[in-house]
Design a binder for this molecule. Structure first.
Ligand code: 5GP
Length: 132
């Protein structure tokens, strides 16, 4: 059974896509800590982030860097924070969260409730800030 994130990559489950290449996919977290909270995943389904190969981790980080740069341009913040948890979804992923302060990275914080229109607008804004 494919993970929920593999089903998102396959288009079987809708998502607000931010970026994609042949190996990686970035989309908005459905329960965001902040506007612009994005997940970066490898298309190859691996549960634990540190089970990815060295090459995959390197390439994924470079892909995440591009997405983080676009997030910061679209949603001005002090820095974009990065976290790897993976306690809920068994498909490796990097969280990218625009931070105004350290407390914005607390995953126990209440999540934002956004409308479909807001999610679509956020994804579009980040996507259009990516280098062409
Ligand atoms: P973690 O596995 O890192 O503890 O948390 C998984 C993250 O994935 C959570 O922040 C959760 O909101 C997000 N998430 C879980 N299911 C979905 C989904 O179906 N779509 C999207 N866009 N995000 C999801």
């Amino acid at each position: 059974m494919a993970s929920i994130f593999s089903r998102i990559v396959a288009g079987e489950i809708p998502s607000y896509k931010v970026a994609e290449d042949d190996k990686f996919f970035a989309f908005l977290d459905i329960n965001p800590l902040a506007k612009g909270h994005t997940l970066v995943i490898p298309k190859r389904e691996v549960d634990y982030f540190f089970d990815l190969t060295d090459e995959e981790i390197g390439a994924m980080q470079i892909f995440a860097k591009k997405v983080a740069t676009a997030i910061k341009e679209a949603f001005p913040c002090v820095k974009v924070g990065q976290a790897v948890l993976g306690l809920e979804v068994p498909h490796a992923h990097i969280h990218l969260v625009p931070m105004q302060s350290e407390k914005d990275m607390l995953f126990t914080n209440p999540k934002l409730k956004l409308t479909a229109e807001e999610f679509a607008e956020i994804a579009q804004k980040i996507n259009s800030s990516l280098p062409q």
